[in-house]
Design a protein around this ligand. Structure first.
Ligand SMILES: [Zn+2]
Length: 103
């Protein structure tokens, strides 16, 4: 990330928008943050979806760069989308999940 924020701040911000994976509802998200790198990444350990996060002081946009194993989200690939969109999608995932034991 870039701008005067710490790794911890970045992770807190990301956790707010990505409480769990918006595709598979898994909480096993890996947040890959490094100082002075243009982009940071969020990777779902469960469905292997991967996002690129653009941060300048705060999160500007989050782009899906790899779809999930089941190709969920392929229509969203390579689009820079506001973080709120992903937050809503994550909540929708939980709310519409019919088989909670399947996580
Ligand atoms: Zn996932």
């Amino acid at each position: 990330m870039q701008g005067g924020i710490t790794n911890r701040d970045v992770k807190l911000q990301i956790a707010k928008y990505f409480p769990w994976c918006p595709f598979c509802c898994s909480e096993k998200l890996e947040i890959d943050v490094e100082p002075d790198r243009a982009h940071d990444y969020i990777i779902c350990d469960n469905c292997e979806a991967k996002w690129e996060v653009k941060i300048k002081e705060k999160i500007r946009s989050i782009k899906l760069v790899s779809a999930s194993v089941g190709w969920k989200g392929k229509e969203l690939l390579e689009k820079e989308i506001e973080p709120k969109f992903w937050q809503n999608k994550a909540w929708l995932c939980i709310l519409t999940r019919r088989n909670p034991h399947k996580s």
